[in-house]
Ligand binder design. Sequence first.
Ligand code: AMP
Length: 917
Amino acid sequence: TVPGELKWAASPSEGGWEEVSIMDEKNIPIRTYQVCNVLEPNQNNWLRTDWIPRSGAQRVYVEVKFTLRDCNSLPGVTGTCKETFNLYYHESNEDRESYIKESSFIKVDTVAADESFTQVDVGDRIMKLNTEVRDVKVTTRKGFYLAFQDVGACIALVSVRVFYKTCPLTIRNLATFPDTITGADTSSLVEVRGSCVNQSEEREEPKMYCGADGEWLVPIGGCFCSPGYEEKGGACKACSAGFYKAKSSDAGCFKCPPHSHSVRDGATVCDCHSGFFRADSDPPSMACTQPPSAPQQLISVVNETSVVLEWAPPRRLGGRSDTNYPRMGSGSISSSQLCLPCGSDVLFSPGQTGLKTSRVVVSELRAHTHYTFIVHARNGVSQASGAGAAQSVSVSVTTNQAAPSPVSSILAIDVTRHSLSLSWQQPDRPNGVILEYEVKFYEKDQKERSYRIMRTFSRSVDVTGLNPLTVYVFHVRARTAAGYGEFSAPFEFSTNSGIHAVKFKIIARMLSLVFFICVLNLHHLCLIRRSKYSKTKQDSEEEKHLNPGVKIYVDPFTYEDPDQAIHEFAKEIDVSSIHIEKVIGMGEFGEVCSGRLRVQGKREIYVAIKSLKAGYSDKQRRDFLSEASIMGQFDHPNIIRLEGVVTRCKPLMIITEYMENGSLDAFLRKHDGQFTVIQLVGMLRGIASGMKYLSDMSYVHRDLAARNILVNSNLVCKVSDFGLSRVLEDDPEAAYTTRVRRKIPIRWTAPEAITYRKFTTASDVWSYGIVMWEVVSYGERPYWDMNNQDVIKAIEEGYRLPAPMDCPVVLHQLMLDCWERERAERPTFSQILNMLDKLIRNPGTLRRTGGDSTWVYPLNTAWCASVCLNIYLCLCTRREMDRLGIITPSHQNILIASVQQEVLSQMQHMQHSMVPV
Ligand code: AMP
């Protein structure tokens, strides 16, 4: 189709290929190259095209249209006539090679005609065109030349078309594949990566192969329309209003679910109607929903220290099925009104959070504690809706007493051929005073078919009469007033083979010798003592010599520098580790607060914080800190524990363990009549134990009273308030000297301490008797409304407080013993402790109360006779009067009754008793 001459290179330039214009079938002039040297041998005529740029092609196709004369049709030709020609190519970057360098050409093929024309009538010549296509790999240079070699044929080249093949641009599976040139070989496939169409996302890498023929083959992967779009005609179109599509998928757009809408095209999610919500986890296909209403009919059943809570599901579930009860529980200790979160030791079954059921059992609660339980109903949209407390219901309960928790471990401390000595720790949760332990044991082989039981008050037991080399299984359980707790897990111990038997015998003999000496000593002591109790002289040197090695309390006032004492006995606490929460009382020097203390490396504990109010004098500072210096020297479960002091910044603080139930007097008044006698005796035992410890350390308290006893959540009583106290000094004169002339708590103080300030452990014993009376009468004021002078006078004249209502006779007798005029006649704290332990072990002895014998009040007759003659002042508590049905006009505590002379003489005969009415 080139107008004018092509001017391809020909060799030889003359007599070989010639450019000739002819008419095609349609009589259109076309350019041809012709050669027809059929009569001459050894023809080698070359015709070369111009340089053809490769343009990225790797395999090119050459379509040649030509005519070829049949040799037979040519008259007179010899064997020189040929009917083929050769096609060559030569790759080159050079587009201006001027001559044909034959040797650089590579042969593509020898081309023969399919059709040749034989005989042509002149003037009616029919041109028959051959079309032959050959392909060739061209990959090394920028372009190439083609060449046609004629070796003696009669040919006309009519058209030479050179092309390469592509796989055309296409979209498959929402991915666009570009126009791609086929590979170099006829069998090669070109891997092509597609790219996702607009508003679509790759589902799986889109790929196809471009075959050598320009056909796309094997489509893999593809794309999905993006959220908010759907496929329409190979493209992604936006969802219309009222519809949405949340995910990229091959699905179409969906209609908005109930209670939701979409106003714009291309919505990925429908918005909830007002008042309806969707939880984060809700699928967009889900209808919008509402939070539930509060749970209904919350009921609680208290069983000792467990509470069963049950409720009905909320009336309105908000269209959801995932209503749950996410979190519950807060405890408050009733005496302080301080609401504390339930500790981690409280057990919620099946759980505390995310409950699906409407019943939960809460166990391991503290005994006698007020709890509030809040049950929240929530569903998936509660948070989104911002509704919180409105969906909750609460109930308050007070737990009862509980049996002790099981003993956690048992140790064998001595093993012989026939015996085992075992020891164990108190249960983690005694839930009251432990009255005794029960030890159950059996031979392991026997299983529990036959077992033995032993009971002991102490935390150890010697089990004798065992078989040698036998494994025994032991279980221990504790008993409180609430009954037996559960047995511990089984602990196995084996008796030994008897190698130590000889040793054992020697030790046993030594022990019996010691025992014999002890009995002799005791006998001797019994002979020399005049008092009812085996009393050693309370304030003598002798007592200390009997207890060598016992730690003696040091009076902080003996230190010249009070700060030295405080730093010796109390730990300095960094104020930043204290978190004050609320005021719980007023002390002598300022407020008393409760709060929390977190010391590094230890768990956070609740503490009481006493602070010294601003504007204090040096003396006040000393007095204030002296309490900590004293307390810091003590370490006993029935003495309030000092955690530390803050002296390096103001206000100065004393940090002690926190006693949830506050002071004993107020606590008892609040729980009037609610405890068993054993529980009361348990409290008294604790106080006696603390006082024994103090007296062993030669410390005299001087202000022992129920108001100075603190009670914790387990009803453990601890002696506190060491502000007034002074050391029991060896100098007999020391009892007379008080550094500070304070007011003496008359009702609690022994007569010798009131009259000549002889404060001793024996005077503490007197006070202890008063505390006993306070405890058994549930916080009644000793001597009621009598004024101090009358109290002193009455005591001088022999009057003693009568037994409170329902007071066991033995307890009142112990009180009277504490109130012996002669201090040497009073029991020691050690004896009091033994006595109380005995009572606890034999609760039957506590059963007899004064009330059983027609209201006989064991008053001191001597006093009655001298003061009242035939008019008796009968002191009754208000509760006693209520019980007797006596109503006095002014509701006084004192009932005046006249008693006839015969009754008086009867009374004198009975001694220590009188009839009130
Ligand atoms: P006191 O300075 O010891 O007389 O304390 C005054 C009041 O604060 C007491 O009556 C208690 O009610 C209260 N209190 C003192 N110490 C504690 C404590 N460790 N735990 C709980 N309450 C306490």
